[in-house]
Design a protein around this ligand. Structure first.
Ligand code: AMP
Ligand code: MG
Length: 487
């Protein structure tokens, strides 16, 4: 029955990735699951991919997004990659993910449709290939919020509970997340290509990536160097956006850095409540390698690893190649700083650049840190008198800062009201607060009640609208809040 309907669903698959040398992937079907139950379906995303919800029943969508019924034109593969995990180089690959194919949307855009948690693959190493329901719902929540904030990200199309139990530190209900990305090519894919010691294969991957994502590079004299520069530019912008919203990725290994600058791999990530530059949530990040403030230098470190993979292509003279690549990687700091400053100015309602802006911003952050101020609330309240109800306003250094900032705002020819509006558009009222995420997940997973989860997602999709329930910071700081890789 379902197979007959599939063609009308709107699948329009292409499979450009499998034209790469065979080293880059392995054919792999998702492993069947006992009892699929569709928990979340992202209808706007479904539609934008050209898929027609009405053509299938709720159950039938569950069969598809569990991998139990494969669309006819899918060609499921697991992708090979490598990566530096906490600084250590390792061979990896999709150990629990399957790429169904590249869906071509009505506008002709290409999107990877990937299952996460769909069973073992040749790259599973000691893992079970599965995922637990809580972490998959968590990825759905956080990635869709990122999208709502206009921060480049992979998307979440569906979450299906599998009816299987997965063994972690305790037994948990299993689930599969369907992830949508412009592609899943990572810095780690290039590192993997390097390990093949075959320039033709490296070139095949690079040319493929340029064709797919950065075709404009082909017109440049040194297209490979331009490609490197474009990737650096996108990462600088992405990390600046994370910093502006208080996001901590938590596991910025090179295999978790997308070549097109989308946020990818939502594992131990979280948003900070109270501002502290050293915030780390991940249970395994004992050294704070991926702490909030370390994200820009770590991104640059990862990009240096990426640049190394391209050295044989950038110039025939190895010294020249190193010189050019080093220059590019070094440019990250300035690019990051400029992107960050631009965004922070908008958060403070500043229209034009002034050399003192950086001090103005850093002073505020230091005062916030000293006062344990909530990052999101402070910026949101700055645009109105409500800031004077917050504890931070009892600090005389804050009052001095505020006076100085008001002076800067008032002398702008655009006027105070325009500045206030700019702030309201650049300071979200809602972030996925850890305590709310936990509440929504507990209800959904333990009590099998998705009411709060759905309400929360609804609110997160309108991040600039104040909400009585979802804008509230936690009453007390949970200093012990920890996140896990979700494996
Ligand atoms: P991540 O920490 O999610 O970036 O994963 C790092 C590597 O471990 C990737 O190669 C994953 O595919 C693999 N991996 C994570 N969880 C599992 C699992 N449950 N089974 C098999 N492989 C896994
Ligand atoms: Mg990963």
């Amino acid at each position: 029955m379902i197979n007959q309907q599939l063609d009308q669903v709107g699948w329009y698959f292409d499979h450009s990735y499998i034209k790469l040398p065979q080293d880059f992937f392995a054919e792999q079907l998702p492993i069947q699951v006992p009892n699929p139950k569709l928990i979340l379906l992202n209808e706007p995303l479904l539609k934008s991919l050209g898929l027609n919800k009405k053509t299938l029943s709720h159950e039938a969508w569950g069969d598809i997004f569990s991998g139990n019924k494969i669309p006819k034109k899918a060609y499921p593969i697991a992708q090979a990659y490598a990566g530096h995990q906490f600084g250590q180089f390792t061979q990896l690959g999709d150990g629990r993910a399957i790429l169904l194919g590249e869906q071509i949307s009505a506008e002709g855009k290409r999107f990877d449709i990937q299952f996460k948690g769909s069973g073992k693959t040749p790259y599973s190493r000691r893992g079970d290939g599965r995922a637990a329901l809580g972490p998959m719902l968590r990825e759905y929540i956080i990635s869709e919020y990122m999208h709502a904030m206009n921060i480049p990200t992979t998307r979440s199309l569906a979450v299906v509970a599998t009816g299987e139990r997965v063994m972690r530190d305790k037994v948990l209900p299993g689930a599969i997340l369907t992830r949508v990305a412009q592609s899943h090519i990572r810095v780690g894919t290039f590192q993997y290509a390097s390990t093949l010691n075959d320039i033709k294969k490296l070139k095949a991957l690079t040319d493929y990536t340029i064709d797919r994502h950065y075709p404009e590079c082909k017109e440049e004299k040194n297209s490979y160097l331009t490609f490197l520069n474009k990737v650096i530019e996108r990462q600088a912008l992405l990390v600046s956006q994370w910093m502006q919203v208080g996001f901590i990725h938590g596991v910025m290994n090179t295999d978790n850095m997308s070549i097109i600058g989308e946020t990818i791999d939502y594992g131990p990530c979280a948003y900070m409540d109270r501002y502290n530059a050293e915030t780390v949530f991940s249970s395994i990040d004992s050294q704070g390698r991926y702490a909030y403030a370390n994200q820009p230098p770590i991104a640059q470190w990862n990009l240096a690893r990426f640049a190394e993979t391209l050295l044989p292509l950038i110039d025939q003279d190895p010294d020249k190649s190193i010189e050019l690549a080093t220059q590019s990687v070094n440019s990250f700091s300035t690019q990051f700083q400029n992107a960050w400053l631009k965004g922070m100015r908008q958060k403070l309602g500043l229209f034009k650049e002034e050399s003192s802006d950086i001090d103005l911003i850093n002073n505020l952050l230091a005062i916030m840190q000293k006062n344990n101020a909530d990052y999101t609330v402070t910026f949101r309240h700055l645009s109105s008198d409500t800031i004077f109800k917050d504890t931070i306003s009892r600090d005389i250094s804050f009052l001095a800062w505020h006076k100085n900032w008001m002076h800067r705002v008032q002398k702008q020819q655009e006027g105070e009201e325009a500045s206030r509006l700019m702030m309201l558009k650049n300071n979200p009222a809602i972030i996925p607060r850890n305590y709310l995420v936990e509440q929504a997940l507990t209800m959904a997973v333990k009590e099998e009640d998705t009411t709060l989860l759905n309400e929360f997602i609804g609110a997160l999709l309108k991040p600039y609208e104040d909400s009585k329930v979802f804008s509230e910071p936690p009453l007390e700081e949970d200093k012990s809040y920890q996140t896990f890789c979700g494996t």
